[in-house]
Every structure is written in C-alpha cells, then in structure tokens.
Design a protein around this ligand. Structure first.
Ligand SMILES: C[S@@+](CC[C@H](N)C(=O)[O-])C[C@H]1O[C@@H](n2cnc3c(N)ncnc32)[C@H](O)[C@@H]1O
Length: 415
C-alpha cells in the first residue's frame, strides 16, 4: 500500500514555526508533543500529526500569555481553532491510521457531515480530491475559506481584517440588542454586529470567497469571545469571557485545493450524486440538533437579522437546518444513506457513550443497526481507539467510546 503521509525534517519544522531545535526538544520532554520517529540516519521525521500538535502548543501558549497580560499578537488562524460538538480533531491520528492501513492511498475523500471540516482537511493533498458538505451555512462558508481554490487577494484580506479589528462600535445593533451581556460582553456584541454589518456593506467589492473568508474569521473570533461552553444552547450566567474580540488571518494553502468540491446539502441527497474512493460518515449521535447548538453562528453567517426567542435567543424558524439523524428516523436515514453511497470504502464514526434510548443524549442508532446497514454493502471491520480491530460477527468491546466502522464495499450496483 502506498504511504500517504507527508514527512517533514526538523529544519523545516523550525523554519515553518519559527522555533528553535531546543524548544522542540523541550516540548517533547514536557509531553506537549509526541516524539517523532527517526529515519535510518537517526534524524527525527515529523508528520502532519506533529504539525497539528505544534500548532496547538503555540496557540495554547499564546492564549496563556494573553491571560497573564503578556499579550502577544495572535494573527494566524487554522481550521481546527474552534470549539465544535463532536469535532474529530483529537481523533485524526486514529482515523488516518485506519485509512492508511486498510485503504491505502485515497484519491477522492468525501466528508459529508463535515462539521469543522478537520477530517476532510487531514486528507487534503495535492493528489487527493476532497468533497466537503454540511447542512449549516456557517460551516459551508468556512469550507469556501479552507477548501476552495477560487483566487482571492490575500493582501486585501489582511488589510480588511486589520481595519475590521479597529472598527468603531459604540452604537447599539442587532447583535448587541439580542446577545449582548448574554453570550458576549456588551462591547464584544457591539463589535460583532458592527463588523458583520460592515462586511455586508463592502460585499459588492468582494468576491464570494473573500466575503466567506471574512465571515469565517469573524465566526472563529466569536467562538473565542463567547461566554459559553462551546455551543449556543445556553450561555454561562457569570460573564467570565471578557477578552476583546479579535479577527485573525486564516492560513490557507490553496495549492492543496485544486479539485475539491464544496456543498451545503442534505448528505442523503448528496451521496446519490457523487462518487468517491472513501466516504467518511460522522452524523450527529443524539437528539441535540446542531441547528440549535449553533443557531447564533448560523444567524450571523446568514445575516437576515430574524426575530429571536426564548432565553437562548434562537431564530424562530430553524426547520430548514434540522437533521433527521437527531430523531427517531435516524436508523432509516442511515440505512438509506449507506445504500446510496458509491464508494470503495465507507468509514463511519459513531460514539456509543450511551445505549440507544429516548434520553436527550442517548444514541439514536444502535451498533446493531449500523452493522446491519453496512453489511448490506460489504465486509465490516470495527476499530477501537487502541487500534484493536474486530470483525462484525465477533464480540467487540461495547463500552469503547470512539470506534470506527469500516465497510469494504462489494463491487456491485453502486460501484
Ligand atoms: C458530529 S458533527 C461532525 C463533526 C466533524 N466530523 C468534525 O470533526 O468537526 C455532525 C455534523 O453533521 C451535520 N449534519 C446533520 N445532519 C446532516 C445532514 N442530513 N446532511 C448534512 N450534514 C448534516 C451537522 O450540522 C454537524 O455539523
């Protein structure tokens, strides 16, 4: 099987992150980053996982410096720099290893419930086409930022981000009226409203991608300034997230984005129209709708300024972004999805923290239902996070939280 991992030398890492060799060694010693493997000369060989780990260490360090009033300008933004329910960022090494070992080089990787997009992004290579999709518009705009190859003027974007960071924002606006002193400090709420309105005003001079980049930068900044535990079903009573909102510059590598496709569709409809080597499935697990958890980001991304209601100030009509995977219809929706996929491999993440049942956090699809749907398409292998694998017929450890179900599809109707 062809090795699909990128490898980097220590010199490349030092140069790319502007850190010294000693700093890297200290971080390894402190357990902040994993010890990389070595080549035949004994030289360290760094992988993409190392890069993700180093990005995290740098960002954590910068946010600690901020809290200690030792503020360093944090200018760079990466795809994983946001909080998102069910994000698989921490599971990327697990997912990548299963794909590498079982499927080899994947030419088309479809991430059809992409959320933050970090899984699709981990497979985004010059020789791999990535298809990303989600029903939320806020996520769609972020995919236009991270996965498109439509040309944009980076100098103009940097200048605009700087100007937006210094916008005058003393007046009341839609965001401050509805969300001020709730999800954000009043100052941050006024700034969010003023920035979003300004993006709308200047949009005739922006390409669609440039507008998407500015809104994405705002959405990521909102996440850092929100007085929440990572979603917008509720805000914390005590206002303890007070740092001023600041937009950062997305670091985008368009060279990897040549053939990607970006959608905002119901995944069940989309799979009927695409063909891939591998389709990765990461549906919502329980009755918690993402349209509820991220109503505020959706509201700001769309900017139709709708009436909001209830303590959580949600848009009244969210029916167009409700998911059947959060309802009793989930097993049927899953079966229909799997049936209509055209791929060599189907890889499913499904968290089984709780058994199937009616409670809000109970899984909507049982393991047996997942396996039954997948077995109609081919051989099923189940992996747990410790990289043990089990065939579907044998007993496997049910209380393992993070599993991957890999279906090696039979050639037939769909492929
Ligand atoms: C568990 S999250 C995916 C997390 C993602 N893998 C990550 O690492 O960030 C599930 C996603 O599916 C989306 N979704 C729910 N129902 C959908 C549907 N029918 N079609 C497409 N996307 C859907 C939600 O908006 C949510 O972003």
């Amino acid at each position: 099987m062809k090795e699909s991992y990128e490898k980097y030398t220590t010199a490349y890492i030092m140069n790319h992150f502007n850190v010294s060799r000693q700093t890297l060694y200290n971080w390894i010693k402190q357990g902040l980053i994993s010890e990389p493997s070595r080549d035949w000369r004994g030289w360290r060989i760094w992988t993409e996982e190392s890069i993700y780990e180093i990005q995290d260490v740098i960002l954590n360090k910068k946010s600690k410096d901020y809290k200690n009033n030792n503020f360093l300008e944090v200018n760079e933004l990466y795809i994983n720099n946001r909080r998102y329910l069910g994000s698989k960022y921490k599971l990327l090494p697990f997912i990548k290893n299963v794909v590498k070992d079982q499927c080899g080089h994947v030419k088309t990787f479809s991430d059809v419930f992409a959320g933050t997009g970090v899984v699709g992004h981990a497979f985004n290579k010059v020789d791999t086409k990535v298809i990303v999709n989600d029903i939320l518009y806020s996520n769609y705009l972020s995919y236009i930022t991270w996965f498109s190859d439509e040309k944009y003027d980076s100098v103009k974007i940097n200048k605009l981000i700087n100007e937006l960071n210094h916008i005058s924002c003393s007046k009341e606006n839609y965001v401050s009226r509805n969300f001020g002193n709730k999800y954000f400090t009043m100052d941050n709420a006024k700034k969010i409203g003023a920035i979003r309105q300004e993006i709308e005003l200047i949009s005739p001079s922006l390409s669609f991608r440039e507008k998407a980049i500015l809104i994405t930068s705002l959405i990521y900044a909102i996440d850092k300034a929100a007085n929440t535990c990572g979603h917008y079903d509720a805000f914390r009573k005590k206002m303890d997230t007070i740092q001023p909102l600041k937009l950062q510059i997305p670091i985008i590598n368009d060279k990897l984005n040549k053939n990607n496709e970006i959608y905002r569709e119901d995944a069940n409809k989309l799979v009927r129209t695409i063909s891939s080597d591998l389709v990765y499935i990461d549906t919502p697990y329980n009755s918690r709708q993402y349209s509820d958890s991220y109503h505020l980001l959706e509201n700001i991304a769309q900017w139709n300024k709708p009436e909001v209601c209830g303590v959580a100030k949600k848009m009244i009509d969210r029916s167009h972004i409700k998911s059947s995977y959060c309802t009793m219809r989930a097993p049927q929706a899953f079966d229909d999805l799997i049936n209509n996929i055209e791929a060599k491999y189907i890889l499913v993440s499904y968290s089984n923290m709780t058994n199937k049942g009616n409670g809000r956090s109970n899984a909507k699809i049982s393991d047996e239902e997942i396996i039954a749907s997948l077995e109609k398409r081919g051989e099923v292998i189940i992996f747990d996070k410790d990289f043990q694998c089990f065939t579907a017929g044998k007993t496997y450890i049910k209380d393992h939280k993070e599993r991957l179900f890999l279906c090696i599809c039979k050639k037939g109707k769909k492929f």
